[in-house]
Design a protein around this ligand. Sequence first.
Ligand SMILES: C[S@@+](CC[C@H](N)C(=O)[O-])C[C@H]1O[C@@H](n2cnc3c(N)ncnc32)[C@H](O)[C@@H]1O
Ligand SMILES: Nc1nc2[nH]cc(C(=O)O)c2c(=O)[nH]1
Ligand code: SF4
Ligand SMILES: [Mg+2]
Length: 235
Amino acid sequence: MSLRIAEIFGPTIQGEGALIGEPTVFVRAGGCDYRCSWCDSLHAVDSSHRHSWASMSPEAVWNEVLRLSEGEPLTISLSGGNPAIQDFGPLIARGRAAGYRFACETQGSVARSWFAELDTLVLSPKPPSSGETVDWDAFAKCVSAGSAARQTVVKIVIFDEIDYQWAKQAHALHAHLPLYLQPGNPEVDPETPVDLQALAARLEWLTERAMGDRWFTPRILPQLHVLIWGNKRGV
Ligand SMILES: C[S@@+](CC[C@H](N)C(=O)[O-])C[C@H]1O[C@@H](n2cnc3c(N)ncnc32)[C@H](O)[C@@H]1O
Ligand SMILES: Nc1nc2[nH]cc(C(=O)O)c2c(=O)[nH]1
Ligand code: SF4
Ligand SMILES: [Mg+2]
C-alpha cells in the first residue's frame, strides 16, 4: 500500500486554527475530491501536478518526518489535497508509537476510521464562495468518525457576507464543536506577493462583523504563515 504525497515539510509553525503556533511537520497528500475556486494548495489538487507527487510507503513518509524532526516528537499535520481519500492509518500508528501527535485537515467529505486515532481533527466545510456544495450527511459521518479523537474542531474560511451568514448556519448544525474563522486569501499564486494590508482589512471586516453581531462563538484568526512567508510553498 502506498501513499500519494505532494510534499513533506517542516518543522514550521501551524499557521491556522486551533493549533496555531504549534511546531508541526506537514505531510501534504496529493489528490482532492473538491476544486475550491480559491484553493491555496492547487499543486496538491490538480492532476496537472500529478507528475510532482511521490508514491511513498507509510514507512518512507515516516522516515522523512523522522529526518526533518531529527527524531524529536512533535505534531504531524496531515493535509492536502484531501488526506481522507487515502489510508493514513499505518503512518499514524507508526508515529504515535514513537510519541508523535497527529492532526488532520479535511473538508469533511469522506469519513475514515483512522480519524479516531488523531489528536486533532480539523473539519473545514466549504462556504459558497468556494463553488463547492457541502454534503452534510457525509460531514456528520466525519464528525462521528472523529468522536474518539482527542478534539474535533471546525474551521471555516470567510470571503464575504454570504460566507459569513453561511458559517452561522453551518455552526448551528454542529454547535458543540469549537469554531474557528479565518479570512480568505484571494491571492494564492506563489509567485505573486501577498498584500498584507488587504489581508488585515479582511480580518478587520470579519472581526467587526462578528463583534457587531454579538456573535461571540468563533475564534477569529489570520493565517499566520501567510503573514510571515506570503504564499511561499513548503512553510
Ligand atoms: C489546502 S486545505 C487542505 C485540506 C482540506 N482539503 C481542506 O480544505 O480542509 C487546508 C486549509 O486551507 C484553507 N484554505 C485553502 N485556500 C485558502 C485561501 N485561499 N484562503 C484561506 N484559507 C484557505 C482550507 O479551507 C483548509 O482549511
Ligand atoms: N505553516 C502552515 N500552516 C498551515 N496550516 C494549514 C496549512 C495547509 O495548507 O493545510 C498550512 C501550511 O501549509 N503551512
Ligand atoms: S478541499 Fe481543500 S485542498 Fe481540496 S480544493 Fe478545497 S481547499 Fe483545496
Ligand atoms: Mg495552506
